[in-house]
Ligand binder design. Structure first.
Ligand SMILES: [Zn+2]
Length: 136
């Protein structure tokens, strides 16, 4: 073991912060600290999962409701409409949350939220389509 290297690395317990002696790969002073650390880590992961997943579901549902409104007002099957990005995002739409992707050809990458498709048109517009097959 290299003495200088050993001294330059000040190892401390990841749980209680006490200085560690001996093997350089040690991360905890004892099993109590290790278990305590891992327990907290798992609890954090669980709460992160619980926070994140429902938020994504909520956003996809919000996206769906926004697109459905266009369908109810003017968007028919087999046609598309063009709206500004500002209008769509202003309603709370988040383009990155989609349920499927369809490549209909060069520069024709459509994202779908169930049966409603959307595609970026330049920097300022979106094209929307309604394709009931996508939801089946
Ligand atoms: Zn410790």
């Amino acid at each position: 073991m290299n003495y200088d290297q050993d001294r330059s690395e000040e190892q401390t317990c990841m749980e209680c912060g006490r200085e560690l002696f001996g093997r350089t790969d040690k991360r905890f002073c004892n099993d109590t600290c290790r278990n305590s650390f891992n327990r907290k880590l798992r609890a954090e992961e669980r709460s992160r999962d619980n926070e994140n997943i429902p938020a994504i579901f909520k956003q996809i549902r919000a996206n769906y409701e926004i697109l459905k409104q266009y369908h109810l007002e003017k968007l028919e099957e087999g046609t598309t409409i063009h709206i500004t990005r500002q209008e769509l995002l202003g309603k709370g739409f988040e383009p990155k949350f989609c349920t499927s992707v369809q490549n209909k050809g060069y520069n024709e990458l459509w994202l779908f939220c169930f049966e409603f498709g959307y595609k970026k048109e330049g920097e300022r517009h979106f094209e929307l389509c309604y394709d009931p097959i996508q939801a089946k």
